[in-house]
Design a protein around this ligand. Structure first.
Ligand code: ADP
Ligand code: MG
Length: 630
């Protein structure tokens, strides 16, 4: 509890201690006879002790012409009750209302704290080596790009960088939600937020602190709550309309029935008092706090729970969209497959296999496409960038470059057609890299990708969640697409698409889907336009890829495809809880309102229902924080 909450708690306890004896006396349970004014005075002390801030806020609200809020409701109801001589009820309502407020603020603080604990990736310091070899702790904010920092075992990596010395293993659980330590050595990239487990690492920083992964992720998580969902907007609009309606209804309840009864010639003094009290009770019951607090809290906890599993959702509005997903479209390379191609054959080449690979690997060296990275790996020797010039990457086609003075082109059928090079088609299943040297065909390299570990399970999990349709969109050959689709159990595929065709394909799918419920999952490398065109764009394997984090609405930090189903599961649970709370709270209120209008509910019941519903709704909302592992 913070000091503000502690102060409120003390006020509540003091007021309760003062209240109980006075109440017992006023009810005649303890036999002390006091004059009426003395009883009134004795009740006023606990009332003001516990409720002065509410009265003040209500007064301020009236002064600023923003009359209708909870404080106003409580003030009118309790002052009304006291004015009608129901001192005990008036004080009790204020007291219990404050108990509810305290509970709510503690609960919100708790979940806020547990989210930041889950996302506990903010590094506090960086170690810099001083001239005498000793380590100096500095604020990571003050470390310039290119500085050498030292990370000791057990410490958190403060800033993104590249290892210049040392080997170790890194735990990225705080970023990805998965604890799978990865071995790192010289020249490997380390990302801030991960924890150094074993060796001492010396790292040259490659980004400023605020540009580093940990800072970016925290920014994203902190800003997420600002993008409101439809339900939240609805609730705040609802509260704005609802409270005045309730106030006028209470007024009507206090005035109209007695006017009708006036005709019957009943004892008017008793009638007025009775209906005024009913109106006060009505006001207490109608206080909308359970709904108003629990809806945003549920979304907030849902976003937090998801981030603890390495699923960053950029706003509660996306939680809502995600819950309604019925069709999921996938990119192939890097999303369903590992993007880790192996060279399986070299065909029809007049050149030596090794020479062909050397030319291809060199031509591809500046590209970040998974094909290029795989070629570098297959070549296994260091690539001399000096030998390469005039590189041009043509997306969906391949690459042209000048290597050792020769014009080299590496790409698919489309690239060869475009360059007017006659090629030999390949009948192997696999991705084909035709190579042309100085305008003459030089054979093709057959490469083959592997499925991701959980790709099949991921499709099964989506099907189980009621996702009707899964579609794979790829720039690769039809044969490869067909094989991958049938292996993982994807219902549909579209192959040989250029990046712009993928946008068109997604638009067609959205239209078929009635304009909603289409998610696209990609790796953000060359599919940013598709990610932003889909109803919801999900980027996988985003750890370390700024482009993916920028472009997507939902960011999966690691590249486990099972997380797609999990993200949908989290959003559905969150929306279910929101609905439960709205229905439960409004249902109980409606029943109590009717009872109070009929004179069957007193103020004790009213405040009990109000605080009780609020506590249950808040506890239910906090359930969104807990996400099962799948
Ligand atoms: P995907 O849909 O699998 O992500 P891309 O749109 O990135 O595919 O690429 C489609 C096809 O274009 C690849 O299968 C490959 O044939 C060719 N291609 C793209 N980039 C390159 C490259 N850098 N080198 C060789 N071929 C490439
Ligand atoms: Mg791609």
């Amino acid at each position: 509890m913070n000091t503000k909450q502690k102060k409120l708690l003390i006020r509540i306890i003091v007021a309760a201690i003062l209240f109980v004896p006075v109440y017992l006396i006023s009810e005649g349970i303890v036999d002390v006879s006091l004059p009426k004014w003395a009883v009134f005075g004795l009740f006023l002390i606990p009332y003001l002790t516990v409720g002065w801030d509410i009265l003040r806020k209500a007064a301020l609200g009236m002064k600023n012409r923003k009359v209708f809020d909870e404080c106003f409701l409580m003030t009118v109801a309790t002052v009304g009750a006291i004015a009608l001589g129901e001192y005990g009820e008036g004080v009790a309502v204020m007291l219990l209302y404050q108990v509810g407020e305290l509970f709510q603020s503690v609960a919100v603080g708790r979940s806020r704290r547990s989210i930041s604990e889950l996302m506990d990736i903010r590094p506090d310091y960086a170690n810099i080596e001083a001239d005498d070899g000793s380590l100096e702790k500095v604020d990571p904010d003050e470390v310039d790009v290119g500085t050498i920092i030292v990370i000791q075992p057990g410490e958190r990596v403060p800033i993104d960088g590249v290892i210049v010395d040392g080997v170790s293993s890194l735990d990225t659980a705080a970023l990805t939600g998965e604890s799978r330590p990865s071995a790192v050595g010289v020249d490997d990239t380390v990302l801030s937020g991960s924890i150094n487990l074993s060796g001492v690492l010396r790292v040259r920083t490659t980004a400023a602190f605020e540009e580093s992964t940990a800072s970016k992720i925290l920014d994203l998580v902190e800003n997420a709550a600002a993008r409101k969902s439809k339900s939240e907007n609805f609730i705040s609009k609802f509260a704005r309309v609802y409270t005045p309606i309730v106030c006028y209804s209470a007024l009507a309840l206090a005035v109209l029935p007695p006017l009708v009864l006036l005709v019957t010639g009943a004892d008017m003094a008793g009638v007025w008092r009775d209906w005024l009290l009913r109106a006060c009770t009505f006001l207490v019951i109608s206080c909308p706090c359970a709904v108003v607090i629990s809806v945003p809290l549920s979304f907030f906890a849902g976003l937090g729970g998801a981030s603890s599993r390495g699923i960053l959702i950029k706003g509660s509005n996306y939680l809502e969209t995600l819950a309604g997903v019925t069709t999921v479209a996938f990119d192939k390379t890097g999303t369903i497959t590992k993007g880790n191609f192996e060279v399986t054959a070299v065909h029809h080449s007049p050149l030596d296999d090794a020479r062909l690979l050397e030319l291809a690997a060199h031509a591809e060296c500046p590209s970040s496409h998974p094909i290029s990275l795989s070629l570098q790996r297959a070549y296994a020797k260091p690539v001399d960038r000096e030998r390469v010039s005039e590189v041009q990457e043509i997306s969906g086609h391949g690459i042209t470059a000048r290597v050792d003075g020769h014009a080299v082109a590496v790409g698919n059928d489309r690239l060869m057609n475009r360059l007017g090079v006659e090629f030999v088609p390949c009948h192997h299943v696999g991705t084909i890299l035709h190579v042309a040297v100085d305008g003459a065909y030089a054979g093709h390299i057959v490469i083959r990708d592997q499925l991701k570990e959980h790709a099949r399970e991921a499709m099964a999990a989506l099907k189980k969640m009621g996702v009707r349709r899964t579609v794979m969109l790829t720039g690769d050959r039809k044969e490869v697409a067909e094989q991958v689709a049938s292996e993982v159990g994807i219902t549909d595929y579209k192959a040989e698409l250029l990046p712009q065709d993928k946008v068109a394909a997604v638009e067609a799918l959205i239209a078929e889907n009635g304009g909603k419920g289409l998610a696209f999952v990609g790796d953000g490398i060359n599919d940013a336009p598709v990610l932003s065109r889909a109803d919801i764009g999900i980027a996988m394997g985003a750890l370390g890829s700024d482009a993916a984090i920028e472009a997507a609405d939902v960011v999966l930090m690691d590249d486990d495809p099972l997380k797609i189903a999990q993200a949908i599961g989290i959003s559905r649970k969150c929306l279910r809880i929101v609905k439960e709370n709205i229905v439960f709270a409004l249902g109980v209120k409606a029943v109590c309102l009717i009872l109070s209008a009929l004179g069957l509910a007193n103020m004790w019941l009213a405040i009990g229902a109000d605080v009780g519903v609020m506590i249950l709704a808040v506890l239910n909302a906090i359930r969104c924080l807990f996400v099962k592992k799948i």
